[in-house]
Design a protein around this ligand. Structure first.
Ligand SMILES: [Zn+2]
Length: 600
């Protein structure tokens, strides 16, 4: 098959417009159709990328060709002699890792949001010409991508290639005057391209990422010759004042972080901010195996025109969320106490979500398209994150396998890699439970029935106990209390039952809590508490001084109407967890704990 030829040009950075061309040399004689994906793998929401396409037209060697729009994402050219080119301008001003961005500081794009797929040609090889923007202001711009070059110099503009459309759109491209660093791990050349104003210690970042990446390569690798399943890997990092996000690809990841999360020069410790960044990098890198190569059957191949339903996202996002932080302790970047703090935060996050008893993580996976990516004021009451609870189910499964069977989740992951990841065969629904049973040497289906398809909390306190880790619960001490540590300051005795923003508006009103029972609702704005101006301090003082059963008189606005209600407080729930390493541990528990935290 003739290659499909693409060209992209940062046409007008100030107007945020790319020009994208897609050329077919031998178009369908009945009229060539072109379609744009509606979603991007890794972010499970139909995003209708075609809405940013403007001024779409087609032309051939004979001149303009009539173009008919058939559906929201589909165009059909009139029968024409090849080569047939569809030309579009694409508005790109989304500062996220999912679509495309262009201004005078940088250009960035993900294939699904800019490259049309000619009907019947998904398997055809592709070439991509990346054209430099015109103007002296852009002379320093370079290109960072792991697309294979087809003549373009290293980091240069020019021609790149991909074996098929799916490959083309799984290699995002960063263009600009970015900083570069590199390191080797698992026989693969790794690069970091860092965009945005920063004063980060790039050498330190490369050193820490090298350690983390090598651990992950060894985890899945063939001992003693562990090799990465790619020759090159790219961390595309954009740092900003406020922002967070990551998206995985087969040989790269796009990360959006706060510049304060990058390591500072001259500082050796790992700050909480930097740890947050390392967790994100670890998460996306682990996806190079778990979801980019070990894929749910529903994604083989991806149908990017419509939702791809699977009840297994928890296994791809939850298990990855479990290993992202675990990798940091196992590779030695943090110590076990620091890891337990992260785990305590993850547990607290789930314990504070009443929706975990309403929706299972299998259901949450299936409904990601309409729920997880479309959260609203009622989300904490109605559902649970397949990331957050999924990571705890992964922890429980790992500990249960280690405790009873001398197996582990590590063994499950390696079997998934051997049977599905290496070959690219999709993982059918239910197979993770089967493999867990195989590793356990006993039927693990009841575990999955209760914690994956059911809404029970996994028994982490008792499992961790067998590993010499003590589980503690306490009340939340305030809005900034993420858990993971003993109480800081005075914990309030009472609970109001709502999450309150700094603007005193109720963000979430929790099911069957005091605020809901009193008739308060999300978006109500607190005005006064017991006759005093509402503020975080006023609320904290009242909750600390009052006892369960006592009342607070609340004035609040709903829209522009004043409400006057009495809220009857209840005892503060013990929804915040911290974990500690037990000092005097019996040798069997110590052996289990050591094997879990070192991966030995
Ligand atoms: Zn993920």
């Amino acid at each position: 098959m003739q290659p499909t030829r693409y060209q992209i040009t940062p046409l007008d950075p100030h107007a945020h417009l790319f020009e994208v061309r897609c050329t077919v040399d031998d178009p369908d004689p009945a009229g060539q159709r072109f379609r744009l994906p509606a979603w991007i793998p890794g972010s499970y929401l139909v995003r209708e990328f075609a809405r940013q396409f403007i001024d779409v037209r087609s032309e051939s060697g004979d001149g303009p060709v009539a173009l008919h729009k058939e559906a929201k994402d589909t165009w059909r050219a009139a029968p024409a002699r090849g080569p047939l080119t569809l030309v579009a301008r694409v508005y790109a001003f989304d500062l996220s890792v999912r679509t495309a961005y262009l201004d005078a500081t940088r250009a960035y794009f993900n294939g699904p949001s800019v490259f049309l797929c000619p009907h019947g040609r998904a398997e055809a090889p592709c070439t991509l010409d990346i054209v430099a923007p015109e103007g002296a202001a852009y002379e320093q711009w370079r290109v960072a991508t792991t697309l294979a070059t087809d003549g373009a110099p290293t980091h240069g503009f020019g021609r790149y290639r991909a074996e098929d459309y799916d490959t083309l759109i799984d290699h995002p491209v960063e263009i600009g005057d970015f900083a570069l660093a590199s390191f080797a791990a698992g026989g693969a050349h790794h690069e970091i391209a860092l965009t945005g104003r920063h004063d980060a210690d790039l050498e330190r970042l490369a050193r820490d990422l090298a350690r983390l990446c090598q651990w992950q390569i060894d985890f899945f690798g063939d001992v003693p010759q562990s090799r990465a399943p790619f020759d090159r890997y790219l961390f595309q990092i954009t740092c900003v004042g406020e922002g967070y996000g990551g998206l995985e690809h087969r040989s790269s990841t796009s990360l959006l972080c706060k510049r304060d999360e990058l390591p500072m020069r001259g500082r050796e410790e790992i700050t909480d901010d930097y740890l947050h960044f390392l967790g994100l990098a670890s998460h996306e890198y682990f996806h190079a195996w778990n979801v980019k190569r070990i894929k749910p059957a529903a994604f083989v191949p991806y149908d990017l025109a419509r939702e791809g339903y699977t009840r297994q996202l928890w296994a791809f996002e939850g298990i990855t969320s479990y290993y992202d932080d675990l990798a940091l302790v196992r590779c030695g970047l943090i110590d076990p106490a620091r890891y337990l703090e992260l785990l305590g935060q993850a547990i607290s996050n789930v314990l504070r979500t009443p929706g975990r008893h309403v929706q299972s993580i299998a259901e949450a996976s299936f409904d990601a398209w309409i729920k997880f990516y479309r959260q609203d004021e009622n989300s904490p009451n109605a559902g649970i994150s397949y990331y957050a609870k999924g990571s705890l189910v992964a922890l429980a499964l790992d500990l249960a396998l280690r405790k009873s069977a001398r197996g582990s989740l590590d063994a499950v992951m390696r079997i998934l890699w051997d049977r599905y990841g290496r070959s690219g065969v999709g993982v059918p629904e239910g197979v993770v439970a089967q493999i867990a049973s195989e590793v356990a040497g006993s039927d693990m289906q009841p575990f999955f029935d209760r914690f994956v398809d059911g809404t029970e909390d996994p028994p982490l306190a008792s499992l961790l106990d067998a590993f010499g880790v003590d589980w503690h619960l306490r009340a939340t001490s305030g809005a900034s209390d993420r858990g993971g540590k003993p109480v800081q300051g005075v914990a309030p005795a009472c609970w109001f039952g709502a999450k309150i923003g700094s603007d005193q508006a109720l963000q979430h009103v929790f099911s069957d809590g005091p605020a809901e029972r009193a008739g308060l609702a999300a978006r109500d704005v607190l005005v006064a508490l017991d006759g005093l101006r509402a503020s975080t301090d006023t609320m904290n003082a009242l909750l600390a001084r009052r006892g369960p059963g006592e009342r607070i008189r609340v004035h609040a606005f709903r829209r522009d109407e004043l409400l006057d209600v009495d809220v009857e407080l209840v005892a503060a729930p013990l929804d915040t967890c911290y974990l500690t390493l037990r000092g005097d541990v019996a040798p069997p528990a110590l052996a289990l704990r050591s094997a879990w935290l070192t991966g030995a």
